[in-house]
Write a protein that binds this ligand. Structure first.
Ligand code: GCW
Length: 667
């Protein structure tokens, strides 16, 4: 732990120490890459990574890079040459990595390294793997002053004081991202203000180019978030109307200038007409007008426009029960299906609201049938515990990907839709709002790195299970005996439901402290302008989104619409999202709704305490720094769970006047 940051799941040195083999003493690795250009920047990275990862080899290990045009782009095959063993190589042992391109080769390299680090020593490691999604992206919400919007892991490692930082940490970051299959990174917050507007000017080109070069070495494209009002703010034009000729000309010149300096730029991510950001609506234009204008101009450079669908009215009156924020994405974007140009892709949050602990799937996913679309999830734990509370999110992402949209008779899950399998489109994929910062451990809580690792792995291979990913991450990160490894995997897998139990019940969401979004405030957003209401009164709670209510349920294909519209068919964990339900309503368990609220909150608090307790058995088994950091966070989580349990139970006891059947203390 000599550097100022951890090596996460690529901590070769700690693995060598754990295996009792000294690092770097007798390196005997031979890399053959006759079919590939040894000077290719990505190949060079792969070679250097293998040299580091096999620095403990005491016998010669041969690794061959072979070009195989039959393998899918960025896919790979890994096999052994003559029955080699990764950890105890015999003379003449060796491995072969085949790929059609250098990215595939790099991913194959990391596959081999992963197997080695996990201590898998079986001789036959033959595997073939092609990425599920063409785009596998991280979105940074880093601001140039060094702050991070919804960041819980320190300050930005990209920026400080309106300057760009490029150092060894940047290189390690790129290595970590490539090792989990990430191939696109948006380096600045979607809320583009102040200095960040200048990222497309000479003020920052040189430094952005340095970042872009480091990323390119690892097969990663750099993207920028764009300020739609740049023609006004940078160009001094009076308007930024996407159909105005002067505005278009300004963008033409600007994008040419950008590509002159940043020839490898992947393209732009745009948040428009959302939460106060400028956009085409100001000029009576559509979202498609805005996206296509930029798409057409960037097309000659091979760039793409990623356009966010997080557009809704954020100045709602709480008394207005007809307007429903959940409807907004579909209402704004569905009517434009088919109008977006080929190099435009819509980025859609997994749920119709905003990254709550449980939400239905956005009906836009698969609702659009003629538009490139990608899934946006959030591994920054904005509403899921700020990387203080343990909340392993991969089980949630698996549910999202597995959701059957009914947009077609087959190949109709969200995983199918966002990978391009449903419509046969090439521009498709997954993005995550990243959870990193400049903390030593990158993610505030060491255990939150499971979400960082997990998102990358899952976006590369959506067939992996949440448990497989958790186990890989635990094996790679720590050196635990089997029993503790199992225990930690189990803790991760239980954590999402535990968090759900002590926070907002049955899909209703929110009830968080306004602004900061950590900790309970049942009515915190109830009478505000954000459109996030639970509608609790003395008889019941929940939002009627059926055909008799806001009609949101009707945005789904009939099979799902019917299911959600009927409180008896609606999955119970989403009951309050779709229905206003009396406290006396009987759930399938036999519990009344109010009793369910009491029971789940007491249980959630209890289970959070159990997690904290279980962690005590890891003392002395993980590095002391990690142990202490995680212990401290579990203490905070227990307090948080206690607070939630008290506030939610008291609130509903006072509203309903119905006592807990079990006679527990509720104030
Ligand atoms: O709900 C919000 C977050 C904002 C974020 C926004 C978005 C970047 O609270 O902090 O802004 O989502 O996704 O654009």
């Amino acid at each position: 732990e000599s550097r100022g940051w951890s090596q996460l799941w690529l901590d070769y040195e700690s693995k060598f120490a754990a295996s009792g083999v000294a690092n770097g003493t007798e390196r005997k690795i031979v890399i053959e890459c006759s079919d590939f250009d040894r000077n290719n920047r990505v190949i060079k990275s792969a070679v250097s990574e293998l040299n580091r990862a096999f620095a403990d080899a005491t016998k010669e290990v041969k690794i061959s890079f072979v070009r195989n045009e039959k393998i899918a782009a960025q896919g790979y095959k890994v096999g052994n040459i003559i029955g080699g063993s990764l950890n105890k190589p015999q003379d003449g042992d060796g491995f072969i990595i085949e790929a059609s391109d250098e990215n595939g080769l790099l991913y194959g390299t990391f596959h081999l390294i992963r197997e080695k680090l996990m201590g898998r020593d079986y001789p036959d490691i033959s595997v073939s793997c092609a990425p599920s999604n063409p785009l596998r992206m991280m979105n940074h919400w880093d601001n140039m002053d060094g702050s991070i919007e919804r960041g819980y892991s320190g300050r930005s490692f990209f920026y400080a004081n309106d300057e760009i930082i490029v150092d060894d940490r940047t290189v390690d970051y790129a290595r970590f991202m490539a090792s989990i299959g990430i191939n696109g990174i948006v380096i600045n917050n979607v809320n583009v203000k102040w200095a960040a507007t200048d990222l497309i000017t000479t003020r920052f080109f040189d430094k952005v180019k340095e970042l872009s070069d480091i990323f390119e070495d690892y097969g990663i494209k750099l993207y920028l978030s764009l300020n739609f009002a740049a023609p006004i703010e940078l160009g001094g034009l009076p308007i930024c109307d996407p159909l105005d000729e002067q505005v278009k000309q300004w963008w033409k010149n600007k994008i040419k200038e950008v590509y002159d300096h940043l020839p490898n730029l992947g393209g732009f991510l745009v948040k428009a007409d959302s939460e106060g950001r400028p956009g085409p609506f100001t000029y009576g234009r559509t979202q498609a007008d805005g996206a296509n204008m930029l798409g057409d101009i960037i097309a000659p450079y091979g760039g793409i426009i990623i356009w966010r669908c997080f557009v809704y009215n954020c100045t709602q009156d709480w008394r207005d029960t007809k307007t429903d924020r959940a409807r907004a994405g579909y209402d704004y974007f569905k009517g434009l299906d088919g109008q977006y140009h080929d190099n435009v892709i819509l980025q859609i949050k997994n749920g119709p609201m905003d990254f709550q602990i449980r939400e239905p799937i956005s009906p836009l996913l698969g609702g659009l049938t003629q538009t490139n679309q990608m899934l946006e999830v959030q591994i920054a734990q904005e509403y899921t515990g700020h990387q203080i509370d343990l909340c392993y999110l991969i089980p949630m992402f698996k549910e999202i990907l597995g959701f059957k949209t009914y947009c077609k008779s087959d190949n109709d899950t969200v995983a199918d839709v966002v990978s391009g399998r449903t419509m046969g489109n090439k521009l498709a994929g997954m993005a995550a709002v990243i959870n990193t910062g400049n903390d030593y451990n990158w993610t505030g809580n060491d255990l939150a790195a499971a979400n960082l690792y997990g998102f990358g792995r899952l976006s590369f291979d959506t067939e992996l299970s949440a448990e497989e990913i958790a186990r890989e991450w635990v094996k790679l990160t720590f050196n635990l005996e089997q029993e503790l490894e199992d225990k930690l995997v189990d803790m991760l897998l239980r954590s999402r439901e535990i968090y759900e139990k002590y926070t907002s019940p049955l899909g209703i969401g929110w009830m968080v402290t306004p602004g900061d979004h950590y900790g309970p405030s049942v009515d915190g957003y109830e009478y505000s302008r954000w459109g996030t209401y639970h509608r609790a009164d003395h008889l019941g709670l929940g939002v009627d989104r059926t055909d008799k209510g806001t009609g949101y349920a009707q945005q789904y294909y009939p099979q799902n619409a019917e299911m959600y519209n009927d409180p008896h068919k609606c999955p119970e964990n989403l009951l309050l999202f779709f229905h206003h339900i009396p406290y006396t309503w009987k759930l399938s368990s036999g519990q009344s709704l109010i009793q369910y609220i009491y029971d789940s909150h007491f249980e959630g608090y209890e289970e959070a305490r159990k997690l904290a307790d279980e962690w005590k058995s890891f003392e002395g088994k993980v590095p002391e720094r990690a142990y202490n950091c995680i212990s401290h966070r579990f203490d905070l989580q227990v307090n948080n769970a206690h607070e939630w349990c008290d506030q939610v139970n008291s609130y509903f006891y006072r509203k309903s006047g119905i006592a807990d059947e079990k006679g527990r203390e509720i104030f």
